[in-house]
Design a protein around this ligand. Structure first.
Ligand code: RIB
Length: 280
């Protein structure tokens, strides 16, 4: 069982399932409303745990009821939360999410406490791998990247300016195709592997601009894509740290990400390992 530490965000997701996504300036009514635990960091932590890793999450939440809701499934899932600290005077991060019947979504995040995870707040435990994303301050990601010596995975989401040293240090960088276009040629600075997801299309794994592996996600009935990229990131990290070959690891991550789209909500949809294996 690999040990994985995730440094990242915790959000409460307020989700409206609507007949379609609104255009700018448009109101779409008639939606159904749900509340789910979310946040890219928390989703990646729980996904890795459900896939069999021993997981610690380092994060910040507010001292509010939203934190209890947002952390509930992590607690149930056995994720180590002693470095997930509640701060007075700031709200827990909140994501407003619209989901269309196709499973496509639009997300706006109010980061709240996630903005307060400062570089000196992080005490990295002994761990096989570290996963970061960009819903916490990029300076914090840069500092841990410079200090950590094990396997480092960085999900460059949401797209943000990041120090080139992080790209050079990461063993694995994960982007979706929108983020890949946003970062453009700067991804050429990556010394490790770069995984690119394309929704239901083929995912790729490249090293130094050379294709190392390519995999097609299984066909599933998608109802909510929220958390699929987080599941992919966690699954690819778990599989690579376990020693799976890049092709097998990428196929495993594609299957995990696809299964995560078949249920509503970020964390309720994160698959257990046997669900991934039976869809791989
Ligand atoms: O990646 C999905 C996540 O992005 C959601 O759970 C939401 O909280 C936003 O952070």
């Amino acid at each position: 069982m690999p040990s994985i530490t995730v440094i990242g965000s915790v959000n409460l997701d307020i989700v409206a399932k609507a007949a379609r996504l609104p255009a700018p300036g448009e109101t779409v009514t008639g939606a159904e409303l749900f509340r789910y635990p979310g946040g890219k960091g928390a989703n990646q932590a729980l996904a890795a745990s459900r896939l069999g890793a021993d997981v610690t999450l380092i994060a910040r939440v507010g001292e509010d009821g939203a934190a209890d809701e947002a952390l509930a499934l992590l607690r149930d899932g056995g994720v180590e939360l002693s470095q997930c600290v509640a701060l007075a005077g700031v709200p827990t991060g909140t994501a407003l999410i619209a989901v269309a019947p196709s499973g496509e979504n639009q997300i706006v995040v109010a980061p709240g406490a996630n903005r307060h995870l400062a570089p000196n707040d992080v005490d990295i435990p002994v761990t096989d791998a570290l996963i970061c994303q960009l819903e916490v301050p990029v300076d914090t990601v840069a500092k841990v990247a410079s200090e950590f010596t094990g396997f480092l995975a960085v999900n460059l989401a949401p797209a943000a300016r990041i120090d080139v040293s992080v790209l050079q240090r990461a063993d694995l960088v994960v982007v979706n195709e929108t983020e890949s276009a946003w970062y453009g040629e700067s991804l050429g600075a990556c010394d490790g592997m770069v995984a690119t997801t394309r929704g239901a299309g083929r995912a790729t794994l490249e090293q130094d601009g050379t294709l190392v592996a390519e995999a097609q996600p299984p066909v599933v009935e998608s109802i909510d894509a929220t958390g699929a990229g987080d599941t992919f990131t966690a699954a690819l990290t778990v599989a690579l740290v376990e020693g799976q070959k890049p092709q097998d690891a990428l196929a495993f991550a594609c299957a995990a990400g696809a299964v995560a789209t078949t249920k509503m909500g970020a964390q309720p949809s994160l698959p257990m390992r046997d669900e991934v294996m039976s869809n791989g």
